[in-house]
Ligand binder design. Structure first.
Ligand SMILES: O=C(O)c1cc(=O)[nH]c(=O)n1[C@@H]1O[C@H](COP(=O)(O)O)[C@@H](O)[C@H]1O
Length: 277
C-alpha cells in the first residue's frame, strides 16, 4: 500500500504542488449563477473536480460549505470526494477535526479508514488537545494508506498570539506541533520519503514569528493556504518557506473559484504557472 506521503510526492512531481480548494461559499454560488442549495454546491464542486483533474494533482473540499446544507450537503460531499478520487485526484478533506483519542477514532472511521463514507487521502486536524490525542486517528489513517495535516501556524491573524506563545523552554506552540509531526515522519525521513503526518502553515505567517525550524520538516508535507484571496503570492513560496519549500503544497480557493465556471480552467492554469515561475 502506498502511503499518503508517497502519493503526495508522486502527485506533485507529476503535476506540480498546487492544490485547488472547493469552497462553495454562498457568494460564489451566486457568481456562478447557481442556487445556494445542496444541488447548487454539487454542480459547483463537480465542475471544479472536472476542471482540476487534468491540471493539478490535489484538491481540498472545505467541509463547512457542504455541512451547512445538513444531510443533503454531506451526501454531496461524499459524492464529490468519490468523484475526485475516481478522477485520480488526491483529496485533502478540510474539516479541521480534533478530540480526545477515543473520539478521534470516530473521526477516523468517518474520514480516513478504508471504505469510510467520506474516505479521503488526508484530513486537516486541529491538534489543540495535543497531537498525541490524535495518534489513534493517525494510526487508522496510516493503516488505510491515508494521513493528516495538523494545524501548526494558521493563515489567519487571530491565530498568531496562541500559536506563537512560548513554553518555559522557549519553544512556540506552532514549533512544538511541527516538531511532533516531524517526529512521526522519522521513518519516512530516513528512507528519503515524505511522511503521512503533514502540517498546515499559512503562507501569510512569518516562520520567524512562529518559531518553526524548517530544517526538521524535510519529510513533512506542508499544506499552505493564504495565497491569493488572503494576500500571499504563489511566486514567493521559496522566499516564504526557505529550505522547507520543497514539501509545500500551496492551496488556493477563492482566487481560482471567483473566475466562474467559464474561466475556471484558465484560472487554474494561471495559478499553476505562477507556482513554477
Ligand atoms: O486548513 C486549511 O485549509 C486552512 C488553514 C488555514 O490556516 N487557513 C485557511 O485559510 N485554511 C483554509 O484554506 C482555504 C483558504 O481559502 P482562500 O482564502 O479562499 O484561498 C479555506 O478553505 C480555509 O478554510
Amino acid at each position: 500500500m502506498t502511503g499518503l506521503g508517497a502519493r503526495l510526492r508522486a502527485a506533485t512531481d507529476a503535476r506540480g504542488p498546487l492544490c485547488v480548494g472547493i469552497d462553495p461559499h454562498a457568494a460564489l454560488l451566486r457568481t456562478w449563477g447557481l442556487p445556494d442549495t445542496a444541488a447548487g454546491a454539487r454542480e459547483f464542486a463537480l465542475a471544479v473536480v472536472e476542471a482540476a483533474a487534468p491540471r493539478v494533482g490535489i484538491i481540498k473540499p472545505q467541509a463547512a460549505f457542504f455541512e451547512r446544507f445538513g444531510s443533503a450537503g454531506i451526501a454531496v460531499l461524499e459524492e464529490v470526494i468519490l468523484a475526485a478520487r475516481s478522477a485520480g485526484l488526491l483529496v485533502i478533506a478540510d474539516a479541521k477535526r480534533g478530540d480526545i483519542g477515543s473520539t478521534a477514532e470516530g473521526y477516523a472511521a468517518a474520514w480516513l479508514a478504508s471504505g469510510a463514507p467520506l474516505e479521503s487521502d488526508a484530513l486537516t486536524v486541529a491538534p489543540y488537545l495535543g497531537l498525541g490525542a490524535l495518534d489513534p486517528l493517525i494510526r487508522i489513517a496510516q493503516e488505510s494508506g491515508n494521513g493528516v495535516f495538523a494545524l501548526a501556524s494558521t493563515s489567519n491573524p487571530e491565530g498568531v498570539a496562541l500559536q506563537s506563545a512560548r513554553s518555559t523552554d522557549g519553544t512556540t506552540v506552532a514549533a512544538t506541533i511541527a516538531r511532533e509531526a516531524a517526529e512521526r515522519n522519522a521513518a519516512a525521513a530516513e528512507a528519503g520519503e515524505w511522511g503521512d503526518v503533514g502540517v498546515v502553515i499559512g503562507a501569510t505567517r512569518s516562520l520567524a514569528v512562529s518559531g518553526i525550524a524548517t530544517a526538521c520538516l524535510a519529510a513533512t508535507p506542508i499544506l499552505a493556504p493564504g495565497f491569493g484571496a488572503q494576500g500571499a503570492q504563489l511566486g514567493d513560496i521559496a522566499a516564504i518557506f526557505g529550505e522547507a519549500a520543497a514539501t509545500v503544497i500551496p492551496s488556493v480557493s477563492r482566487s481560482v473559484l471567483e473566475a466562474g465556471r467559464a474561466g475556471l480552467a484558465a484560472a487554474i492554469d494561471a495559478h499553476r504557472a505562477e507556482v513554477v515561475a
